[in-house]
Design a protein around this ligand. Structure first.
Ligand code: SF4
Length: 290
């Protein structure tokens, strides 16, 4: 039996996939993975996360401007309309600053400082991005479907690929660095499988502390990483069948929204709802604004 293209596309989009955020969650703490991907407990965004969404959107729009216009003043001018659009899309965000207009002013000032930080790390007038907020998806030989969003993809005239990720989070760089590198290797593997080229450079831009970290992956490392992802996915499926998602206490618990339900903090998780189909790997806009 043949399927129509529309049916095939629907099937592909709806298949459970592994995203770097959810894979990172499971590696950090299987119970955190359960709360986010299985129970799908709501998380109230922090002001830092919403600032991340806004700064990511500003930088995305910046690369949509003609190269000569990609200057700090233009970028700063994008912030207010971006914030207005976010509020229109998600009016509940206004509650973050209810009765605290000074808080909102300081929040916007910090976002402006991050935009300034960005310009100390590179000059966006000197190159074009091939893609921004790029959804990538590929299936490994083992059948694991990988899916994620890349902040920015640069391709040199010689064909060399650079993957760029903006980090705006409040967590100190050293706390999140292993997770960030995991995420970047994930993208490198997906791009290698999609384009047949190992990205030349993975670049993390930490806007809060004006630092960037670059990394050059190689094939042998990405093959090892592929086996790691297969193992992570198998472990997720095993836990999904049994409901045995164990807490793993670490320094990163400070950034977990679910301490009240976590046995490590005296809480009790809700009854296991069973393995979800089909969206176990979906990333949210908050994931992409870390
Ligand atoms: S508080 Fe820590 S141990 Fe508990 S679910 Fe969150 S990350 Fe896991």
């Amino acid at each position: 039996m043949t399927q129509s293209p529309a049916a095939t596309e629907t099937e592909v989009v709806r298949r459970p996939a592994l995203s770097p955020s959810r894979a990172g969650d499971f590696k950090q703490c299987p119970l955190l993975y359960r709360f986010r991907a299985v129970d799908r407990l709501p998380e109230t965004p922090t002001t830092a996360q919403v600032r991340g969404i806004a700064v990511h959107a500003v930088l995305e729009e910046l690369f949509g401007l003609p190269a000569a216009e990609r200057v700090p003043d233009r970028a700063h001018a994008l912030l207010a309309p971006v914030w207005a659009r976010l509020l229109e899309e998600r009016p509940e965000l206004a509650e973050l600053f209810a009765d605290d207009s000074e808080g909102q002013d300081e929040w916007l000032a910090t976002a402006d400082r991050m935009i300034d930080s960005y310009f100390t790390l590179e000059d966006p007038r000197r190159f074009d991005a091939e893609a921004r907020e790029l959804l990538v998806e590929t299936e490994l030989a083992s059948g694991v479907l990988l899916r994620g969003y890349i902040d920015r993809l640069d391709v040199a005239p010689t064909g060399e690929i650079r993957v760029v990720d903006y980090k705006t989070g409040a967590a100190p760089r050293e706390v999140g660095e292993a997770k960030a590198l995991f995420q970047m290797k994930f993208y490198a593997l997906v791009l290698w499988r999609l384009r047949g080229v190992v990205p030349k450079q993975l670049r993390l831009m930490y806007l809060a502390d004006r630092q960037s970290l670059t990394y050059t992956p190689d094939e042998a490392e990405l093959l090892r990483f592929e086996r790691t992802l297969d193992a992570v996915w198998q472990a997720i499926l095993r836990a999904g069948r049994t409901g045995d998602f164990r807490p793993n206490r670490s320094r990163l618990c400070d950034w977990c929204s679910h301490q009240a339900l976590c046995p490590e903090f005296g809480g009790t998780p809700p009854p296991y709802p069973g393995w979800p189909e089909p969206d176990a790997g979906e990333e949210t806009v908050l994931d992409r604004a870390d």
